[in-house]
Design a protein around this ligand. Structure first.
Ligand code: DGL
Length: 273
């Protein structure tokens, strides 16, 4: 197989990264996509960055052993924990990670108050500090961790009274402070976007970076002459959790059709059969 025909590897702690995979599939329909959801270890956001870094390093090794030409860390928490390290470890591999979309939020904000919702771990990483230093100089940034939201979404509770109550508890104080842009800095959160938009109302712009990330994936492939010429194919996904549950969640969330297989962790290493 020529280098360009090799697949793109994408991973997340669960089904969240499927929001990014869908954007990549739309932008690059000829690419072969491999996905891994680490449901055995979800949620990443409540773990230490060190632990998430170890998981991410092993996942990258497993995806590279499948011949991936590019790896997309479709998880803000794993990007915060590991993006810099994996780039250093594999200088010849193309990596794309998620970073909170403060730049477009700062550019568009009239009130100069911007909200970011993410996992606790994402706010602790140096990646968030560097995004803040670069783009938040003349805006007020309201940082709001959302513990429990990833689990609610993985459980299919996208728009239940419980999820709404949780989100109102976080978002209403931000709205009271004049927020007019809300950055979704966790790849699970776009699944709750209709509810989030209903709570925030029409004056708040909700920003999901997935389309911009897909454009970055395409740009890198183009620059390195690695775009695939093959036809469209069904993505292949692995989960370290229950494949039947993963598939039914993916269907419920409207993810693209895919083949789902079970993956195993053993002594800190991941195998993708
Ligand atoms: N989708 C992951 C992210 O973007 C969720 C992290 C988690 O598992 O808590 O941060």
């Amino acid at each position: 197989m020529s280098t360009a025909e090799r697949p793109i590897g994408i991973f997340d702690s669960g089904v969240g990264g499927l929001t990014v995979m869908a954007a990549i599939q739309q932008a690059l329909p000829r690419e072969r996509l491999l996905y891994f959801g680490d449901n055995a270890h979800i949620p990443y956001g409540d773990r230490s960055l060190r632990e998430v870094r170890a998981f991410s390093a092993a996942i990258v090794r497993a995806l590279l052993s499948k011949g991936c030409k590019q790896v997309v860390i479709a998880c803000n928490t794993a990007s915060a924990a590991a993006l810099r390290e994996v780039r250093k470890a594999y200088p010849h591999t193309l990596f794309v990670g998620m970073e909170p979309a403060l730049k477009p939020a700062a550019e568009r904000s009239s009130s100069r108050v911007v909200g970011v919702i993410a996992t606790r771990a994402t706010f602790q990483g140096t990646l968030f500090a560097s995004v803040m230093a670069r783009f938040a100089r003349d805006i007020e940034v309201l940082e709001q961790p959302c513990p429990g939201l990833v689990q609610a979404i993985e459980g299919g509770e996208l728009d239940t009274p419980g999820t709404e109550a949780m989100l109102r508890g976080w978002l209403e104080p931000m709205l009271a402070k004049g927020m007019d842009q809300l950055v979704l800095a966790c790849t699970h959160y776009p699944y709750a976007r209709p509810l989030i938009e209903r709570i925030c109302g029409p004056d708040v712009k909700v920003i999901d970076p997935a389309p911009a990330v897909a454009r970055q994936v395409a740009r890198l492939l183009r620059e390195h002459d690695l775009e695939s010429g093959a036809g469209p194919s069904t993505p292949l996904a692995w989960t370290s959790g229950d494949p039947a549950m993963f598939r039914s969640m993916a269907d419920l969330l409207g993810a693209p059709p895919m083949e789902v297989r079970a993956a195993q962790w053993e002594n800190g290493e991941l195998s993708l059969p």
